[in-house]
Design a protein around this ligand. Structure first.
Ligand code: FAD
Length: 404
């Protein structure tokens, strides 16, 4: 057996951290690679060849838990419109956190939040107030740190845990806990329908360019400002002097790279873009909702996949705070439930340009001077519009874009 970091496909490491957590000698660390994604590094002097890392690595091991549960799929929104406004989709996740606390006040909930420097971290909280920081997707690969070991200890003490993350992160946690013979009865997993994650270093560079251009520190960032549109990535940024930045091209640039240019290589061959979910519950946007449906008010609609009886029990607790109906056709099957995101043919060139010339250069080359992309974005915004359609105004906007 070759060592884990010498595997041919190690470039497809998801950075889930299960090997970091299982290593008995702390020989494995997650470090940012040349593109800025978290990948494993093994220290020669510390490795004792126990091969535990092999057993928990999703590149070589799998976890096919038999699940006879008949999956149920709902279109749903949080009745609280203010929560929906802040959330990425229909505002379900924070309701799930509340449900978990109702189930067991002592439970710990793990999700992703920004720290004060806008670094994207997986953390655990017991208090529902602190869980508010989980609201809203941060479209950056999160740093999972050593929380799998923390979760294991809590489960061993019979505490209830809810962990949310991408399919690969949930799978990493399951493989790690299986290797440790941890009882999974008290664990609820919420996985996300996932298009892919982008690079934390690209994110850092974007934020520091943004701060440089505006000459002030950013204290708040939301990827999806629904006062503009539920669809696409429309950031809303608040600076330390309370100025709000919105709706300019540079601001949108990170989200555009996130589209399919700057994803982690493993995302292009993701094992979790299907209906066989790792989580007890799966959350995503319900893009298939008819325009005239009363739940479609432009503030975001969720699709919820219930994949196990544990997931169903939690849904039963929260359903009073939701509006919902079962989806009985195939309208919930979005591309990320069928196959991985397709790699942009310019992705390799993009990384080469970024590594050599930096963020501002790739912004100019791939966004500022790319008119085709701008027109495509306008069409998407039109499709998911909230305001009444004014054909003339829309026509002139398109013409202006062509002229610029
Ligand atoms: C990287 C990424 C890609 C996604 N791609 C798609 C997609 O293609 N199609 C689709 O329908 N939905 C996608 N989603 C899911 C969607 O954006 C919402 O997160 C989901 O629908 C829940 O929304 P909500 O309104 O219920 O709650 P929200 O409050 O918006 O929920 C946020 C949830 O996302 C978690 N989270 C935030 N950032 C991260 C991160 N970096 N890594 C892991 N977990 C994170 C939080 O812990 C919380 O559980 C993606 C999410 C992420 C993070």
């Amino acid at each position: 057996m070759v060592r884990l970091d010498k595997l041919k496909n190690i470039d497809l490491c998801t950075g889930c951290s299960s090997c970091v957590n299982v290593c008995p000698t702390n020989a494995i660390k997650l470090e940012r690679d040349t593109r800025g994604f978290y990948k494993i590094q093994i220290s020669n002097s510390q490795c004792i060849n126990c091969l535990k890392c092999y057993k928990v690595c999703q590149l070589v091991s799998s976890f096919q838990s038999r699940n006879d549960y008949i999956q149920q799929i709902f279109c749903t929104i949080n009745k609280d419109v203010l929560i929906r406004q802040k959330s990425s989709s229909g505002g379900l996740f924070i309701e799930i956190c509340k449900g978990m606390k109702k189930m067991d006040i002592n439970s710990t909930i793990y999700g992703v939040e920004f720290d004060n420097n806008l670094q994207v971290n997986h953390v655990g909280h017991k208090s529902i107030d602190k869980c508010q920081a989980f609201i809203g997707s941060k479209y950056v690969q999160s740093d999972v740190h050593r929380i799998f070991s923390e979760i294991k200890l809590k489960l061993e003490k019979d505490e209830k845990i809810l962990f949310s993350g991408t399919g690969c992160q949930c799978q990493g946690l399951k493989l790690f806990l299986r290797e440790n013979n941890t009882n999974l009865d008290n664990l609820i997993l919420v996985d996300l329908i996932c298009h892919g994650v982008s690079s934390p270093s690209l994110w850092d560079d974007y934020i520091s360019e943004l701060e440089k251009i505006n000459d002030k520190k950013i204290i708040y960032y939301s990827f999806r400002d629904k006062s503009i549109s539920w669809a696409g990535i429309n950031p809303k940024v608040i600076c330390e002097d309370k100025e709000i930045l919105k709706n300019n091209l540079f601001l949108k640039s990170y989200g555009i790279f996130f589209g399919n240019l700057a994803l982690n290589n493993c995302c292009y061959s993701c094992n979790y873009t299907n209906l066989n979910r790792v989580g007890d519950l799966t959350l995503g946007d319900y893009w298939g909702i008819p325009l005239d449906n009363k739940l479609n008010d432009g503030k975001g609609v969720s699709e919820l996949l219930i994949n196990s009886s544990k997931g169903f029990d939690l849904f039963e607790i929260i359903k009073g705070n939701l509006e919902f109906f079962p989806i009985q056709d195939k309208s919930y099957i979005q591309p990320q439930l069928v196959k991985p995101t397709k790699k942009n043919i310019r992705a390799s060139l993009f990384w080469h340009d970024y590594q050599k010339n930096g963020y501002y250069y790739v912004y100019n080359k791939y966004i500022k001077k790319n008119k085709k992309r701008l027109i495509k974005q306008k069409i998407t915004q039109f499709k998911y519009r909230q305001k009444p359609f004014r054909p003339l105004q829309y026509f002139f906007q398109l013409i202006n874009l062509r002229k610029k």
